[in-house]
Design a protein around this ligand. Structure first.
Ligand code: SF4
Length: 318
């Protein structure tokens, strides 16, 4: 079956400078390196990888919250890299974000009704009655009662606040949601409820999600496909069951072996050394400094992506 792409990313590079003290030179952080990625309409695509691998920078670049160095990002076939102010406003209505910390993302001085009506007042011409009806519909959609609308964010639990943040993300009926660690700040006991809510909403409205999380169990439950990122590159991408059942890239194997509920054999793959700095990327395959299967050519040559639906960048498969 040919999948329709909502988002297509081509040869994307994102880099930024860090201040390195008065005497030293500024460093250039190569956060996203030549990423090519399609996000299918109606899917949940998860980006997996260690902290610092570039997944959040990639997500921000897609939402135009991070300036790209070069490359293209198409949303519904339109290149969104250089949008006018009005076009950017229209794009932002179609692409919303759910943040990690629901308390920080809700204005503590505003009642929930005002938080939810704000995007409708800014972006639509609905009447007050229509706005009020939409706000009531959306708060019920996320499993909360209308009476919540009169309260302030601090009067809710973490799980309820994340439901409110989800209602706000959905208030102007976006097609695309970027969920950045949507449950990692919540108690384990309520994570499952919020995960189930996201899954229900995705199915009900045919939403497209980009899920950013370090939690492989959340990825396994929610995601249709997984892209594994290492030092700003996608090194493996495929359907969730293919990645979990037969991971190909040595980095993916190491990532999965560190999750006890997935790794039933308890044979953990220990990687050599730390994640290299994105300011000082290794030559050749960027994983070669830590790879248990490194060969001489890995140190000088860059492996190309191979495979059809399950793709990998590694000389072991080319
Ligand atoms: Fe390891 Fe070489 Fe494959 Fe890179 S290309 S992951 S270093 S075997």
């Amino acid at each position: 079956m040919v999948m329709e792409n909502l988002i297509e990313i081509k040869n994307l590079f994102v880099e930024y400078k860090t201040k390195n003290g008065i005497l030293s030179q500024d460093k250039i952080i190569h956060a996203v390196n030549n990423v090519n990625l399609d996000i299918h309409k109606g899917e949940i695509l998860a980006i997996a990888g260690e902290s610092g691998c570039g997944k959040s920078t990639l997500a921000k670049a897609i939402l135009q919250l991070e300036r790209v160095k070069s490359g293209e990002i198409f949303f519904k076939s339109k290149n969104i890299i250089k949008l006018s102010k009005d076009e950017l406003k229209s794009f932002r209505c179609q692409a919303q974000m759910i943040f990690q910390n629901p308390y920080a993302s809700l204005n503590p001085k505003m009642k929930i009704f005002d938080i939810l009506k704000e995007p409708l007042e800014i972006n639509t011409k609905f009447s007050r009655k229509e706005i009020s009806d939409i706000v009531k519909e959306k708060i019920k959609l996320v499993g909360l009662d209308e009476s919540c609308l009169k309260l302030f964010p601090h009067e809710f639990s973490g799980g309820q606040r994340q439901r409110i943040a989800i209602a706000r993300a959905l208030i102007i009926n976006p097609e695309f949601i970027l969920a950045d660690e949507p449950v990692s700040a919540l108690d384990v006991s309520i994570q499952a409820q919020v995960i189930n809510l996201l899954k229900e909403l995705k199915e009900k409205y045919n939403l497209t999600f980009l899920l950013i999380t370090h939690d492989m169990s959340v990825i396994r439950y929610l995601a249709d496909r997984i892209a594994v990122m290492y030092l700003g590159e996608i090194v493996e991408i495929g359907k969730t069951e293919d990645i979990f059942n037969s991971p190909l890239h040595p980095y993916t194997k190491a990532l999965l072996s560190s999750v006890p509920e997935i790794n039933k054999t308890n044979k953990k793959v220990i990687l050599k050394g730390d994640l290299p700095s994105p300011a000082d990327l290794p030559q050749g395959c960027k994983f070669h400094t830590r790879c248990p299967y490194v060969m001489e050519k890995c140190k000088h040559s860059i492996p190309q992506e191979t495979g059809a639906n399950h793709k990998v960048k590694c000389f072991l498969f080319s």
